[in-house]
Design a protein around this ligand. Structure first.
Ligand code: ADP
Length: 267
């Protein structure tokens, strides 16, 4: 579904956002990407929908090349990818419904959007999306009147209104309190399970990652340093991702952690 083949992203400053990432994310998987600030999580997500340009390697979504995609091809690709951001990115003065309907912009003539003359099918789709995240009763409220958790749900509904194949969420719960963060993660998980939408979420909070992910990808300095299930992600792995234990015991297997004379290689 999403394939990274030795993907490198080099920013104009010379910083490598991604450094030779190879990954396959199958359709329907719920993947959480964890790592310290600056590890490359955002770059990974932004590369998938072409916000940042791939400088080396190949990246495909549903068999379509993202690297090198431009113009109409890139727009079509992005229409299939719903984005959710930490800061919700809503038009605060507009109603919840109007915000969700912007998820249909890619399939709507400009004059309809300008006049607010949305097709009835699209309006119904928007209401269904709001039902899925439990805030259909807020449809005619201004977005700015909603709490942070509710605003993030509007953003999720907007992504759903796109009828996306993929949802990418960049630190979606970073500005929410823990109970609300859990509710938003549960929404994302339920949507993933019910609709089979491939979902990639960047998270700073490890406990949320282990609670919700089918698969955890740990990043450090633009590289994938862990790729496995929550059960496989033990303390040593997390130390590797978060760089807390830069001592050999945690990150270097082999002779350095073996008592003299017991190393199977040399015994
Ligand atoms: P994360 O999401 O894990 O915090 P990022 O993907 O934002 O990490 O950043 C990865 C690396 O790329 C960092 O060293 C960061 O400073 C750098 N970086 C990110 N965006 C830019 C940019 N627009 N220009 C230059 N460097 C950037």
């Amino acid at each position: 579904m999403i394939e990274f083949d030795d993907v490198t992203v080099t920013y104009p400053t010379g910083t490598k956002g991604l450094d030779g990432v190879t990954l396959t994310i199958p359709r329907g998987q719920f993947v959480v990407v964890v790592g310290l600030s600056g590890a490359g999580k955002s770059t990974l997500i932004r590369a998938v929908n072409g916000i940042v340009r791939v400088s080396g390697g190949h990246l495909t979504v549903d068999g379509e090349r993202v690297d090198g995609a431009r113009g109409r091809r890139l727009r079509l690709l992005r229409a299939r990818i719903g984005m959710i951001f930490q800061s919700f990115n809503l038009v605060e003065r507009s109603t919840v419904l109007a915000n969700v309907l912007t998820g249909r912009l890619h399939a709507t003539p400009w004059w309809r959007a300008l006049l607010g003359a949305w097709r009835p099918d699209d309006v119904e789709l928007a209401f269904r999306a709001l039902e899925r995240v439990g805030i259909v009763d807020k449809a005619y409220n201004r977005a700015s009147a909603l709490s942070g958790g509710q605003q993030q749900r509007v953003a999720i509904a907007r992504a759903l209104a796109q009828e996306p194949a993929v949802i990418l969420a960049d630190e979606p719960v970073a500005s929410l309190d823990p109970p609300t963060a859990n509710m938003v993660m549960r929404d994302l998980q339920r949507i993933n399970r019910d609709l089979g939408i491939t979902t990639v979420v960047n998270l700073h909070f490890l406990d949320l990652a282990t609670r919700y992910a089918d698969r955890i990808i740990g990043m450090r300095a633009g590289r994938v340093v862990f790729d496995g299930t929550a059960a496989e992600a033990d303390d040593a792995v997390f130390a590797q991702i978060y760089g807390r234990a830069l001592n050999a015991d945690d990150v270097l297997p082999g002779p350095a952690r073996t008592a003299p004379g017991t190393d199977p290689e040399t015994a």
